[in-house]
Design a protein around this ligand. Structure first.
Ligand code: NAI
Ligand code: MG
Length: 402
């Protein structure tokens, strides 16, 4: 029997192109796993009225480890129009399967490494005052709270009377008291102390494991006093258990300004949900963007790893496929690290780093080409060719060791 069981969820569009590539790499490093396919995404919504069917939830509940690629998501009106006619008018409502999965399994810790690979033409560079450029080595991991904050989903346009009355009871609501309900929208930013402590603890534990000297919390406690205040308070409390690691505090806006000044100084950043989302996209942009951005959604029982990108429908029909599989391959490496297979994870990172450094095999995004079927003629590697290059490096390294 295999040592691990992994639920694989390719989803829609290019998800079906990149997920098999990550599985090739997992097999090549000898990850001893049984791979169990599970259905997710838009096609399931269309045919069954549920983008995250119960059978997929059952598989995740049972095996607790998932690799997910990407889904297509569309606004409510289009969702209704694309639903199987037999199911229409029966009360089916489209919910994002990713958000549902995070909530159902309380995947409250989102980890997003943003690491620059030397030789990547998409890396951030900075002008030197004396002329010329530097290309700083960026190694930042963002810890984003994944279930609360601005994503709590507690919001209204035209709040019901009881909510309106509660708002009226707050002195700061006076300037809005005269606004008619239909012209007033409110979203509630919920932060709980236990979730705040969990995300901050995850960030400190990671810093300790990797030998980083500081964790930076990015909030806005001078303005959003209560919720950002609670995040910072949790950070101060948790830091006491990690005396060797400093706690740095930067307001979210200042941190984004410093993005172009000294991003290499920040190794571990922790933030609430929306701020963490913004930070991780911003940092990902410095190290190659969507083709390189992977993330883990980690709960106390279940963990699901994924590339950050979506289903890129405009490229889904291309054969051979052209999209960059590295984000999904790095998601697989994160998964290995999560289960304690550090050596296998490192071999994948090293192989990807070697391919990027050599620069002989590059997908279209790494050449800054506009995507399309003709990028292969222009010298871009196809999706499987990129994986082939990574597999060749893995073989090369293992023969050197052996
Ligand atoms: P997207 O991430 O699918 O694609 C945006 C653009 O980024 C693509 O057109 C392509 O130019 C580039 N890109 C994405 N992945 C790439 C890769 N692996 N290699 C090279 N280039 C890549 O975002 P978009 O177009 O906004 O959304 C398309 C669909 O995906 C929508 O239905 C959206 O709701 C869904 N989506 C799903 C996500 C998920 O499954 N986690 C995340 C983001 C969007
Ligand atoms: Mg995002």
């Amino acid at each position: 029997m295999a040592r691990y069981s992994l639920v694989t969820m390719p989803g829609d569009g290019i998800g079906n192109q990149v997920l098999p590539e990550a599985l090739r790499v997992l097999k090549a490093v000898g990850f001893d796993a049984e791979y169990i396919h599970a259905d997710i995404g838009w096609e399931l919504w269309r045919s069954e009225g549920n983008a995250l069917p119960d059978r997929t939830i059952d598989l995740l509940a049972k095996y607790k480890l998932g690799l997910f690629a990407a889904i297509t998501s569309k606004p409510a009106k289009e969702a209704g129009a694309e639903l199987n006619p037999k199911l229409r008018g029966k009360g089916y409502v489209y919910y994002s399967p990713i958000v549902t999965m995070r909530q159902r399994f309380n995947l409250d810790i989102c980890v997003r490494p943003c690491v620059s690979f030397a030789g990547n033409p998409l890396n951030y560079i900075r002008k030197k005052p004396e002329g010329g450029f530097v290309e700083p080595q960026i190694n930042t991991t963002i810890f984003r709270q994944n279930t609360e904050g601005m994503y709590s989903g507690i919001e209204w346009t035209n709040p019901p009377d009881i909510v309106r009355a509660a708002l009226d009871s707050h002195p700061k609501f006076k300037p809005f008291a005269h606004v008619p309900g239909r012209d007033l929208a409110a979203s509630v930013r919920i932060i709980t102390r236990s979730a705040a402590e969990r995300i901050v603890t995850a960030a400190f534990e990671f810093a300790k494991r990797k030998g980083f000297k500081a964790v930076t919390i990015c909030e806005k406690p001078n303005v959003v006093r209560e919720t950002s205040g609670m995040m910072e308070e949790a950070a101060r409390e948790v830091q006491k258990k990690f005396p060797d690691i400093q706690l740095w505090r930067n307001n979210i806006d200042a941190q984004l300004m410093w993005l172009s000044k000294n991003p290499e100084d920040f190794n571990v950043i922790v933030a609430s949900n929306l701020f963490g989302d913004i930070l991780s996209d911003a940092f990902a942009g410095l190290v190659g963007g969507l083709g390189f951005a992977a993330s883990g959604n980690i709960g106390s029982e279940v963990a699901v790893f994924e590339p950050t990108h979506g289903s890129a429908p405009k490229y889904a029909g291309l054969n051979p496929p052209i999209v960059n599989p590295i984000a999904t391959i790095l998601a697989a490496a994160m998964l290995l690290e999560h289960v304690g297979e550090y050596d296998k994870a490192k071999r994948i990172w090293d192989a990807v780093a070697a391919v990027v450094r050599e620069g002989k095999v590059r997908t279209y995004d790494m050449m800054r080409l506009t995507g399309g079927p003709n990028v292969l003629e222009q010298g871009a590697a196809s999706t499987p060719q990129m994986t082939d290059a990574i597999l060749a490096k893995l073989r090369e390294f293992s023969s050197q060791v052996g």
